[in-house]
Ligand binder design. Sequence first.
Ligand code: HSE
Length: 309
Amino acid sequence: MKKIKVFAPATVANVCCGFDVLGFAVDAPSDEVILTLRSQPGLIIKEIKGDGGRLPLDPTRNTAGFAIQSYLNHLKSFQGVEIELIKKLPLGSGMGSSAASAVAALVAINYLLDEPLTRKELVPHAMEAERMACGSAHADNVAPGLLGGFVLIRTYEPLDIIRVPSPQELYCTLIHPHLELKTADSRRVLRETIRLKDAVTQNGNIAALMIGLAQHDYSLIGRSLCDVIAEPIRSVFIPGFEEIKRKVNDTGALGFGISGSGPTVFALSKERLTAEKVGDITVQHFSELNLPSDVYVSTINQEGARLAE
Ligand code: HSE
């Protein structure tokens, strides 16, 4: 019996100025998938733990099952697979929960079938799972989940994915207020068109962020972490967002924003101590609004999803 366990990391999509084109992976938290090859064809989701019974066991409606089916179709394979999911990432949180299931499942099946595809070649199958889950095949969670580090999607057609070098000393704080936002809903509120002025600001920031990361220029990273497109609209769903942002900026963190489609917020800091301070301040802020929250402080994950030893 061939069986494997894979961990897939939480991911922060957009990173302020890179709506749909930039994301990074963190070392913790992560989701787990256990995959077993079956002698009969067909996909079965045997069990899902940690989701409170909310995720579908139907493999055609679950991102893990959907991604594996897309992968097997591509290989023209009728391999049967049994899937177990252990969800640690909260659902609808903006931490790339749906992406993590797809990513872990793809890395696991590819390993069990002796790696016919590269990590990069797995990306389109994970994107199809995202399309099924929220109506949009964005890659800014799945690509960093598969490749690790910061990943830029230069174009979607054709898919051109670039791993962006980043400094070793960089800490991410993720604060998840106990609210749930469906990605499809927080995409629906965005405008179809943007002002030229905003496009100019956003372009300048994303380009500068790439240089800041590659050259380890922390000041430039900090100056570039702003979003004039999605944040002004989506931040209304996060209680006291502007006030938290002011408080976080006062800690000396490099920057602060919404993780993916929210409601999780994130900050990047040069020192772990600052990253922890950001967590304390933000948790305190939410608690004053009677909103419980969880905080995770992590280094940047450089390898993407990994096999259990
Ligand atoms: N770029 C996507 C969005 C990420 O902001 O809608 C969703 O996690």
